[in-house]
Ligand binder design. Structure first.
Ligand code: TYD
Ligand code: ZN
Length: 393
């Protein structure tokens, strides 16, 4: 039996997605409510010099980070405010602080991302935010008023080490704010493609609140976000500094009503995943028998989970278009579907386009004339496997 990564109690299997290029099964700990991967690669293997994810690829994410920086930091900052962003990626968030004249430091283990941020003139440190580096960070930058993370804490296998590192560098009245894909949305949408090697955890509010009981930090507020298919922002202070907001107390109740503390809920989720696998596979096999050309939009990390779990290879999906130059010319891991430019996808005259970047769909529909106006039909995978009626999008 796999033990919980945080409390070391026994966990129960939710769903085994089968052999993946990297990650595989997910389990639930009824003791601390953590939904987690059984195995995950070492972060040093994941966030390498070639890490191909850049926040700035999406206009709506740039807008989101601008709003995040302004509302959570800039509006209340003084001339002495110091901000650390962990997992600062290409500097999309840092840039807003930089332009506002705030003192900041970005930290990221991925050389490709750090290079982009540094070439934009942003102040960054190449490495991990962990106990090993914390003394150096503290002596070179000083204590922080804010530690910020977006889509990064769920990547950290040793959460207690991380919270201890935060605690060492946060001022007495400092604030830790992080936001991550939200378990409640994953269950509601059946978006099991959120489960992949980087997402060691998919957090609920209950789980974050509970883990923090093992630290000197406390969850005091939450704010739901639409990004990444539904995320939750967690606002944390030192224990005893502030009370829990009404909104947070309400959400803890809602999650108990939804059963996010119960294994039974996750068994139902696993059944939903199996049903979606069958529906997707049946649809693609049917389209193949009809000699239709099917392509994908967005060689996302999420798509790796779907393609491998549903056994979809290049005999069912001919190619996947992506705007990231670092991905073009490569193949989807484990399923060998060519990743090409969007122009190349269009030249294949597809009959169907599977929308793997579904979390960016609103942005894509507005900017991509081909998706909007061509005869190709869009296959939606979230919340259900369905062929979209484009007159409604
Ligand atoms: P993302 O949704 O962030 O997913 P994940 O975290 O699962 O990798 O990745 C979006 C992918 O879609 C990324 O490879 C870039 C691509 N993309 C486009 O090709 N066109 C677009 O307009 C957008 C917004 C993204
Ligand atoms: Zn646990």
């Amino acid at each position: 039996m796999d033990l919980c990564r945080v409390c070391r109690e026994g966990t129960e299997l939710v769903i085994d997605l089968g052999l993946m290029p990297r990650a595989n099964a997910t389990v639930f700990c009824s003791n601390c409510y953590l939904f987690q991967l059984t195995e995950s690669p070492k972060p040093t293997e994941l966030f390498t010099a070639e890490y191909p994810f850049f926040t700035g690829m999406s206009k709506s994410m740039i807008e989101h980070f601008r709003e995040f920086a302004i509302s959570e930091v800039i509006e209340t900052a003084s001339s002495s405010t110091k901000v650390i962003e962990i997992g600062s990626n290409d500097g999309t968030f840092l840039k807003v602080l930089h332009e506002a004249g705030i003192t900041y430091l970005g930290i990221d283990p991925s050389e490709s991302a750090i290079k982009k941020a540094k070439s934009a003139g942003l102040n960054c440190f190449h490495g991990f935010f962990d106990l090993e580096n914390i003394n150096f960070l503290q002596s070179s930058f000083g204590m922080a008023d804010y530690v910020i993370g977006a889509n990064v804490v769920c990547h950290i296998p040793d959460l207690l080490d991380f919270f201890e590192a935060v605690s060492r560098i946060l001022k007495e009245d400092g604030t830790l704010i992080f936001e991550e894909p939200y378990l409640g949305d994953m269950l509601k949408l059946g978006s099991y493609d959120q489960i992949y090697d980087e997402h060691v955890f998919i957090f609920s509010v209950l789980a974050v609140d509970k883990i923090l009981e093992r630290t000197d930090l406390e969850l005091i507020d939450i704010k739901h976000q639409e990004t990444h298919g539904g995320s939750m922002r967690y606002i944390i202070k030192r224990r005893g500094v502030a009370g829990k907001s009404t909104q947070l107390q309400e959400m803890l109740k809602v999650e108990l009503e939804l059963g996010l503390d119960k294994m039974e809920t996750f068994i139902n989720f696993a059944e939903t995943c199996m049903g979606k696998r069958e529906a997707f596979s049946n649809l693609l096999h049917f389209l193949k028998s009809e000699k239709k050309i099917v392509v994908g939009y967005g060689a996302t990390s999420k798509s790796t989970t779907i393609l491998n779990f549903c056994n979809v290879d290049n005999s069912l999906i001919k190619a996947i278009g992506d705007s990231t130059p670092e991905k073009v010319g490569k193949f989807t891991p484990g399923t060998q579907i060519p990743i090409v430019t969007h122009e190349e996808v269009r030249s294949l005259n597809p009959d169907y386009i599977v929308m793997f970047a579904w979390n960016h769909f609103n942005e894509i529909v507005i900017k991509d004339k081909f998706i909007r106006d061509s005869g190709a039909k869009v296959i939606s995978i979230v919340p259900n496997i369905s062929i979209l009626d484009k007159s409604n999008v």
